[in-house]
Write a protein that binds this ligand. Structure first.
Ligand code: T4K
Length: 374
């Protein structure tokens, strides 16, 4: 019998009927895009869900990040981490800024704030930390440094939809935060993204950037591009938002089952829950330490593939090692990130997975490391 293919993630989707009902209004109004009624409804509903006041939605997370960096009119160097999706680094570079890579913390893979100050120069204007896998950065330490040196803090919160720190939505921290609503995320609008901001001037600039600078029919206030979310995306978002808590609860249960089956296995390290953090269970990263586990991450990856399980090496290579940046940045300056990137595998995790799926994944992993024989 053929195995069911298991991917690292699967989009959460409403029923076909629920989406069909939601998009019926688009036929009634013949309004497909350009800040339509579903767009506006979703923007309001998501801001409320995230517990933030000011939010601007975009066609995708990457454009949201590029445009918020642009909105702050940054120059020079930006301190960030290489342990992230390539989008973070590209957004910095495409704004004409120089990324300066800071190492990450072993325990949660976020930027190591104790190493930021030594990277600050006269050219530094901002910090772009990443709440990677939905893990919350050391927000207080980052804020202290930013205040001391007069730097902007723009969080890449692509993975952190619904995550709370100290009871507060993570979007509320820093000068701005970007969320991704991509199909592969905890919350999706097919593609989509948003920027949470605090300063109305930034909000106005973001609007101009995503809508050609158009303020009204005859007033073109700024030089902008097109990065608007359309009504079909917004309709998917409105449907998915109805089920978000239920989906996060399912992810939580599934994550706990992974812990039950893998925690304490020799050579496998799972991330620890963070204090004061309400997680969204976005990813299930596991580290495979070859000297203890017996085989490398790459061997586990291959054996899973042979069993039709498509785990992903998020995030390998480091963005600083991507082919397009090779020879420009030196990844030996971020040894922790380099090591984690070599050992990590994002195991399948999505709301509609079953416990049997997890048992299948863990059984291949155990057999790869010869755990049952040990
Ligand atoms: N910052 C960070 C830290 C990010 O992680 C991301 C995106 C961004 C910024 C930018 O946000 P967006 O502009 O994307 O909104 C995927 C996602 O496309 C990307 O959104 C995400 N991060 C990244 C971590 O993962 P790929 O290139 O790995 O995607 P792909 O096509 O290989 O899909 C991964 C798996 O998901 C597949 O094996 C199967 C499953 N899948 C995928 C799609 C698209 C489905 O089951 N259905 C689908 O429709 O980047």
């Amino acid at each position: 019998m053929q195995n069911k293919k298991l991917y690292t993630t699967r989009p959460s989707m409403p029923s076909y009927e629920e989406y069909a009902e939601q998009i019926r209004r688009i036929w009634d109004t013949a309004w497909l895009t350009n800040m339509g009624e579903q767009h506006n409804e979703l923007e309001k509903a998501v801001a409320e869900y995230l517990g933030v006041e000011k939010m601007s939605m975009f066609v995708n997370g990457h454009m949201a990040l590029e445009m918020v960096l642009q909105a702050f009119r940054l120059e020079g160097e930006v301190i960030t981490t290489p342990f992230t999706f390539i989008s973070t680094t590209h957004a910095i570079v495409r704004n004409g800024l120089t990324p300066v890579f800071c190492d990450i913390r072993e325990e949660d893979f976020t930027i190591d704030a104790s190493k930021i100050e030594e990277l600050i120069t006269e050219r530094t204007t901002a910090i772009v930390p990443v709440h990677v896998y939905g893990n919350v950065c050391d927000i207080e330490a980052i804020e202290r440094i930013a205040d001391k040196y007069g730097l902007k803090v723009i969080y890449d919160a692509a993975h952190a939809f619904g995550v709370k720190y100290g009871g507060k939505g993570v979007g509320g921290f820093g000068d701005a935060a970007m969320f991704s609503f991509h199909a592969t995320k905890v919350f999706n609008s097919i593609e989509g993204g948003a920027v949470v901001y605090h300063d109305d001037e930034v909000g106005k600039t973001l609007y101009n950037l995503k809508n050609f600078g158009i303020q009204s029919e005859e007033v073109i206030e700024g030089v902008g591009a097109n990065a608007k979310m359309n009504e079909f995306q917004a309709a998917m978002g409105l449907c998915n938002l109805r089920h978000i808590d239920e989906n996060i609860a399912k992810r939580r249960k599934l994550s706990e089952y992974y812990y039950e089956l893998l925690e304490g296995c020799q050579g496998i390290r799972l991330q620890k829950p963070q204090p004061e953090v309400e997680s969204n269970y976005a990813y299930m990263p596991a580290l495979f330490e070859k000297s203890e586990f017996g085989v490398s991450r790459d061997v586990v990856y291959e054996q899973l593939r042979e069993a039709d399980i498509f785990a992903r090496k998020y995030f390998y290579p480091l963005t600083s090692e991507a082919q397009c940046y090779r020879g420009i940045y030196d990844s030996s300056n971020t040894p922790v990130a380099k090591k984690i990137s070599a050992d990590v595998l994002a195991l399948p995790l999505f709301a509609d997975m079953t416990k049997e799926d997890i048992e299948r994944v863990c059984s291949v992993i155990r057999s790869a490391g010869g755990l049952d024989a040990k």
